[in-house]
Design a protein around this ligand. Structure first.
Ligand code: APR
Ligand code: PHB
Length: 391
């Protein structure tokens, strides 16, 4: 097989790039290790910054998002069950907002668009291997059943997530990895209940952080901070709801509608960046190169700027013969990646209870919180990062 751009990974990053390139006449083949059902069974954050929503529209995939997604102009931060302040995103960011629309739905819309255009998407591609990445003729091999198939291409895009093969194909002496692992996780529950609030509530509390989010007016997503040693089996639905209520202001807890969980999972919190994001003719994008803790929902939104830069770099190469975008991709992408790292670290530090924090740390966290709601400049900084810094 032969193509111009071989994309590894059929998550939102890989799908979005193949769709955008296809619309400009650039050929791609996308290899996904799992079945489509498996990929669409994953539940992830549901807040899209406006830049990502624009990319969905440019990819001709924005119709359902625009119909079913909810535009949110603000969110709440509750503190120790005592006060609840609203962050007016529109006011403090100079007019921007976010779209609440599940990432699973984003992925579904992208797959459907790829199908409509007869996009080359190969599922259950096993043993994907990347070859000759620093030569002018790189190629990728994979196994389908007993057959080994080879794809010759100009460029390889590593969009295969944190556990993928692409980043691991870069020699250890070239790659530098930066990491912070947080000493807690998030226990998440999805329930067919009316959301407790029309906007998101981020709740800081001595017992630990909690988040009230939603997927629609009949589907709620809630999280509580939990020790890394806990497993899903340690938490019955009743125990989850009781603990969530303890961390919310009493009036919010009083109107919380509870019900059976339809999904329950624990995720660790991690910050991670791999540099550089280019090795020869391999370009990393999305979770393959960087991870953020979910606070602030930066994951997909950080992937979006990688895709935007690669989309423009590759179309400039193929349509105008201009390689500047490819040459400076890593540097440009990493500059925005690190800003998203900073913001999700800031929000995680502001809102969580750290098991090893000193009284000094706790005073600083409280001061940071009070400063935030006493300064329009501080709120402006929070809002501009939450709605997404420009690409
Ligand atoms: N070969 C082919 N595909 C692979 C391989 C492999 N060796 N390893 C992993 N994959 C696939 C995974 O099955 C997955 O479907 O790559 C895909 C990567 O998708 P994501 O993990 O969703 O990563 P990305 O597309 O960059 O999405 C970024 O989604 O994961 C969230 O928090 C993340 O919000 C962020 C966004
Ligand atoms: C979610 O809805 O899953 C969600 C929302 C906001 C976050 C994280 C997760 O900051």
């Amino acid at each position: 097989m032969k193509t111009q751009v071989c994309i590894i990974g059929g998550g939102p990053s890989g799908l979005m790039l193949s769709q955008l390139l296809h619309l400009k006449g650039v050929e791609t083949i996308l290899l996904e290790k799992r079945s489509r059902e498996y990929v669409l069974g994953r539940i992830r954050a549901g807040v899209l910054e406006h830049g990502f929503a624009d990319l969905m529209r440019e990819a001709q995939c924005g119709q359902r998002m625009d119909q079913e997604g909810e535009v949110h102009d603000g969110f709440y931060i509750a503190s120790n069950g005592e006060r609840m302040d609203r962050v007016d995103l529109k006011k403090h960011s100079g007019g921007s907002s976010v779209v609440v629309y599940g990432q699973t739905e984003v992925t579904r819309d992208l797959y459907e668009a790829r199908d409509r255009m007869n996009g080359a998407v190969i599922h259950n591609a096993e043993d994907v291997k990347l070859h000759d990445l620093t030569s002018a003729a790189p190629y990728v091999t994979f196994r389908k059943g007993d057959e080994i198939i080879r794809i010759d291409c100009d460029y390889v895009i590593g969009a295969d997530g944190f556990h993928g093969v692409s980043r691991k194909s870069i020699p250890k002496d070239v790659l530098r990895e930066y990491e912070r692992v947080y000493p807690f996780g998030w226990l998440g529950v999805l329930s067919r209940t009316k959301p407790v609030c029309e906007e998101l509530i981020y709740a800081r509390h001595q017992r630990g952080f909690a988040l009230c989010s939603l997927r629609s007016q009949v589907l709620s997503r809630y999280y509580i901070q939990a020790p890394l040693t806990d497993s899903v089996d340690d938490w019955s639905d009743d125990a989850f709801w009781a603990e969530l209520k303890r961390r919310l202001p009493p009036d919010v807890a009083g109107r919380l509608e509870t019900g059976p969980s339809i999904e329950k999972s624990i995720a660790p919190l991690r910050s991670f960046v791999a540099e550089p994001m280019r090795y020869g003719n391999l370009f990393l994008a999305g979770d393959a190169a960087h991870i953020v803790p979910p606070t602030g929902a930066r994951g997909l939104n950080t992937a979006a700027s990688d895709i935007y830069y690669l989309y423009h770099a590759l179309t400039d190469h193929y349509l105008k013969g201009d390689d500047a975008g490819l040459e400076n991709y890593s540097e440009k992408a990493l500059a925005r990646v690190w800003k998203a790292q900073r913001f999700s670290w800031f929000l995680t530090t502001l809102l969580h209870t750290f098991p090893d924090s000193t009284p000094y740390d706790q005073k600083l966290q409280q001061t940071e919180f009070e400063y935030l709601f006493s300064s329009d400049q501080a709120l402006g900084s929070l809002a501009e990062n939450y709605v997404g810094l420009p690409f």
